[in-house]
Design a protein around this ligand. Structure first.
Ligand SMILES: O=P(O)(O)OC[C@H]1O[C@H](OP(=O)(O)OP(=O)(O)O)[C@H](O)[C@@H]1O
Ligand SMILES: Nc1nc2[nH]cnc2c(=O)[nH]1
Length: 210
């Protein structure tokens, strides 16, 4: 896997062999997936979420507009919030992504697995990490450490959602910019998945019974 990625990253060519599929779910029971959505509790509407993103963008602009930051969206969950935030940040910045996963389309976390490391050199520059959710925070903590070790002058973080509980990976772990606070339930929508599905759900929903 590493050789394939290396070939792609350094020669800028597609690998000749097809890389292993990461989260292929060809046998998913779509009736179950539909039921999860129809039975879920909506915690925030699309309008609520859009308003919170607008507010985050204002706060980020106030802090970083003059700083020439590199903004990294954490895939896959950051896909929606990253895209929605970027066009509201009307100042010079470079935008890219990194891919790290801890839940692997499941509903419980494991050790963090890096799929794609950052590809813009941020040595000597401020970095903003954008992700969908800060839950236990192992993902964000490890990414912050990585950016510091690799020369970021400052590492800021923005999450659409902070989950309220006392199981954070580090006691003082907080994101600098937070859209919404959610109760301690398994949630999906606006980039967050339920077994790989419903990242596209237009709002933030909690799975019934979870
Ligand atoms: O605070 P934590 O407990 O570490 O969890 C937060 C992380 O979990 C989700 O990613 P996931 O590993 O599910 O991968 P995904 O981005 O592909 O959904 C989410 O996108 C965050 O990156
Ligand atoms: N989709 C989703 N991903 C997560 N990663 C960590 N917590 C959550 C959660 O509640 N929902």
């Amino acid at each position: 896997m590493f050789m394939l990625l290396q070939s792609y990253l350094f020669n800028n060519q597609l690998p000749s062999e097809k890389p292993p599929l990461i989260n292929s779910t060809p046998n998913t029971d779509l009736e179950h997936i539909k039921k999860i959505y129809s039975e879920a509790d909506q915690l925030f509407s699309e309008t609520d979420v859009e308003a919170s993103i607008e507010q985050m963008a204002k706060e980020i602009t106030e802090s970083l507009a003059e700083r020439n930051p590199v903004i990294f969206t954490v895939m896959n969950g950051g896909l929606v919030i990253g895209g929605k935030l970027l066009t509201k940040l009307n100042f010079p910045l470079e935008a890219s992504y990194m891919h790290a996963t801890r839940y692997r389309n499941g509903t419980s976390g494991h050790e963090l697995e890096w799929k794609v490391a950052p590809m813009i050199d941020f040595n000597g520059r401020p970095v903003l990490i954008v992700d969908d959710i800060l839950d236990e925070g192992h993902t964000l903590a490890e990414i912050i450490d990585y950016c510091r070790k690799n020369g970021a002058t400052e590492v800021h973080s923005a999450v659409l959602v902070n989950k309220l509980h006392s199981r954070k990976a580090r006691q003082d772990l907080k994101a600098d910019f937070v859209g919404l606070e959610v109760e301690d339930r398994y949630i999906f929508g606006f980039g967050m998945d339920y077994h790989g599905y419903w990242r596209n759900a237009p709002g933030i929903f909690a799975v019934k019974g979870m």
